[in-house]
Design a binder for this molecule. Structure first.
Ligand SMILES: [Zn+2]
Length: 257
């Protein structure tokens, strides 16, 4: 097993066929795990608690998701996967959480775009609430603007949200470096959407670019925040390339032995 220093967080509940858009299928995570499962150890998370969800969302959002029991179980486990990734990162362990449903379009009092609970926002807010970190950066590389995360952390001095939105690959990678160089952080959370790939909806990034991106984050984190970084799956809809793209990101993020 190569790359054993990176962990993959996965639970069978991520394969739940809950009511959502037809493109956001269980086969997305299946295709990722078919590739990552060969190379990395897999850790099983616990579901997030209601109190974790309520760190970010209103009670009415919690109650509305609860009305779909299959969706609710998967969504709690997705948030729990992100929480586990964030806590591992604090202990110096890099991980990729291969969760469904995604989260970055879920804001405190609303959700759309196949998202229900904001996994990344919940994971960071829990670290801050527990006093484990003081400054964080969210790097969102999904094709779509992560409006939910942006809205939740708007006006906050402790969490910066950088949505990298360029449609040219060189500019995209340059802006990643710019986002990384600007401040000091205790941890970096990646909203890892792969729908900007050349063979996905965005038609922009190559598989190698996900490696380059991951390596930039890894090097910055090693330099500035004791290697504390983690990635949580957001979008990515072409299951023929999704696994290889996730693998490229994981390879980039792997800590130096
Ligand atoms: Zn997207």
């Amino acid at each position: 097993m190569s790359g054993a220093s990176l962990k993959v967080i996965y639970h069978d509940l991520y394969l739940t066929d809950y009511p959502t858009a037809s493109c956001e299928t269980p086969s997305r995570v299946e295709s990722i795990m078919r590739v990552l499962g060969k190379d990395y150890p897999i850790l099983e998370p616990s579901p997030a608690d209601e109190e974790d969800i309520l760190l970010v969302h209103t009670p009415s959002i919690l109650e509305s998701v609860k009305r779909e029991p299959d969706l609710y179980s998967a969504a709690l486990m997705a948030a729990g996967g992100a929480v586990m990734a964030a806590e591992l990162a604090c202990e110096g362990q890099v991980s990729f959480a291969a969760v469904r449903p995604p989260g970055h379009h879920a804001s405190p009092d609303g959700h759309w775009g196949f998202c229900f609970f904001n996994n990344v926002a919940i994971s960071l807010e829990k670290l801050i609430y527990n006093g484990k970190i003081a400054q964080a950066l969210v790097l969102d590389i999904d094709l779509h603007f992560g409006d939910g995360t942006d809205r939740f952390f708007a006006g906050r001095k402790d969490v910066e949200v950088a949505n990298i939105q360029d449609n040219h690959r060189e500019a995209f990678l340059r802006n990643v470096d710019r986002a990384l160089s600007s401040h000091e952080y205790d941890i970096i959370a990646i909203s890892a959407g792969f729908d900007r790939h050349v063979h996905d909806w965005g038609g922009t990034l190559t598989t190698d670019d996900y490696f380059t991106f991951g390596r930039s984050v890894r090097d910055f984190a090693a330099d500035r925040c004791e290697g504390r970084c983690y990635a949580v799956l957001e979008g990515g809809y072409n299951i023929d390339v999704l696994g290889e793209n996730a693998l490229a990101l994981c390879r980039g993020l792997e800590p130096t032995p």
